[in-house]
Ligand binder design. Sequence first.
Ligand code: B12
Length: 234
Amino acid sequence: MAEDDDELILADLPDEELVPQMHDDLYDGLRDEVVEGVEILLARGWEPYRVLTEALVAGMTIVGKDFRDGILFVPEVLLAANAMKAGMGLLKPLLAETGAPKMGKMVIGTVKGDIHDIGKNLVSMMMEGAGFEVVDLGINTDVDRYLGALETEQPDILGMSALLTTTMPYMKIVIDTMAERGIRDDYIVLVGGAPLNEEFGRAIGADAYCRDAAVAVETAKAFIARRHNQAVVA
Ligand code: B12
């Protein structure tokens, strides 16, 4: 009986207790519980985007802070990341289900030397949800793979992600190589990742730095609209 009392039934918690509990479960890398939490919130009528931002991304922010402060280490963060991915997996089809008309195409990848992919995956999901076709090159993407994909996929947008101060300069290598080959201006180049900022984006010659996935979608839409207007004028 005492055991039963100790067991936490997620479905019995009201939203304002369930969400912090999901942050705790994410922190502890409890994949099944995070997935269950996502299912419960969806069943209660939460919009997928709200579940993503308030339950998952907010939880990952806490993990990020404790990783920075040396309270959590790589194995724990990896477990948390896997729990986050499992939750995101459930939301992905729902976010993509908006039936929006095709807005354009994006090739995206995390740069060479960098294996962080949660932010990139989130951007991909949100872009797909907004009606973009997304070709994901994955992690550790070198310049040849980026350029090869530009040639074969012919996207409107190239997206690059970097989470390490040591890997963010690689974005400039890609952009410089595009310039050398005379193809820089054929694409809208968007960059993102926690250590970047607007100034860095400008300095490396990107079209824009986007601080999160929602800004990425807005920025992509604005650039595509501008391109179409130019095409009409020309
Ligand atoms: C999870 C995580 C890991 C996981 C990654 C799992 C995975 N599959 O991604 C693991 C445990 C593997 C890991 C490993 C390492 N990590 Co790490 N990691 C993190 C952590 C805690 C969270 C990152 C994250 O997923 N955030 C959540 C997402 C949603 O946010 P985001 O990535 O910023 O993405 C958003 C925006 O930036 C933007 N965005 C992102 N990409 C793009 C791309 C485009 C085109 C656009 C438009 C927008 C955009 O939109 C996204 C969605 O809103 C961060 C801490 C932090 N505060 O960032 C450290 C952090 C990035 N890691 C760090 C370090 C040092 C490492 C390691 C070197 C540790 C080690 N000693 O081994 C290794 C690196 C290995 C490598 N070669 O890449 C440092 C980097 C410090 C620095 N100055 O460079 C950080 C900042 C932690 C810290 N404070 O010390 N890490």
